[in-house]
Design a protein around this ligand. Structure first.
Ligand code: URA
Length: 240
């Protein structure tokens, strides 16, 4: 068995994780666009802040009720000038305790997915989430909670300027500007449309694939996830 086969075998981690309820977030984009949930002044601060300021803004954020019940905010992690950006959904219980994105079982699978395409977290790879706080009981975040957090992701993208974004799951795809079922979205190349009308960075190639937590529960979909990762690699190679 070669190394890649061994890594792909690792995709078969035990499906212990429960897939969280699939939320419908059809009004999220409207909410972010209307800026009704975040003051314009805050958005202007965000548009010009540096990494340290952005981290402080997220750390001190109490814009929605999630912060009151979680242990800490969970900021993105990795190479802040990475070519590769992976965007997940929201921190789980493990991430809430450790304060780092994707450290639980789905994080292990994500690491294996990265290794399968010869990537490693922290090395030309940045990993973040749409929502920065763990929702109580791992419930799906509510529309206003997602809308409050969306500008933070937008600023992370502006600062990183990745060459390619991989959205993990339907919710991540929605916030990156694509509202459809995952089976319709995966397997093709999209572009990042921004999460709001004030988005400054648009047009970054975007590949949408299954969330690792979903793959843990639906291992037969791993072959399709592999195809999506290959599409991401081919796209990156064509950009080089
Ligand atoms: N699932 C996510 O989407 N993000 C994490 O950080 C952990 C689990």
């Amino acid at each position: 068995m070669n190394r890649e086969e061994a890594i792909l075998r690792e995709f078969n981690l035990y499906p212990l994780w429960q897939r969280r309820g699939q939320a419908t977030f059809t009004s999220v984009l409207e909410q972010v666009t209307s800026q009704s949930v975040m003051e314009k002044a805050d958005l202007q601060n965000l548009d010009s802040c540096n990494w340290a300021e952005l981290k402080a803004l997220v750390k001190n954020c109490a814009a929605c009720k999630l912060r009151a019940s979680c242990t800490q905010t969970v900021f993105g992690m990795g190479d802040e000038r990475a070519d590769w950006l992976f965007v997940g959904e929201w921190p789980g219980a493990d991430e809430d305790v450790q304060g780092e994105s994707f450290v639980g079982q789905s994080g292990q699978l994500l690491d294996n997915m990265l290794a399968a395409i010869k990537l490693k977290r922290g090395h030309n790879v940045y990993i973040t989430n749409i929502v920065k706080c763990y929702p109580p009981g791992n419930r799906s975040p509510e529309t206003d909670e997602i809308a409050q957090c969306a500008p933070y992701l937008e600023r992370e993208i502006q600062l990183i300027q990745p060459k390619l974004i991989v959205a993990l799951g339907e919710t991540a795809a929605l916030l990156l500007g694509h509202d459809a079922t995952l089976s319709d979205l995966r397997g093709k190349l999209h572009d990042y449309r921004g999460s709001s009308s004030h988005s400054l960075v648009k047009g970054i190639p975007l590949v949408i694939t299954y969330h690792p937590a979903y793959l843990l529960h639906n291992p037969l979909k791993k072959a399709k996830a592999w195809d999506d990762l290959c599409l991401a690699v081919a796209t990156m190679q064509a950009l080089a």
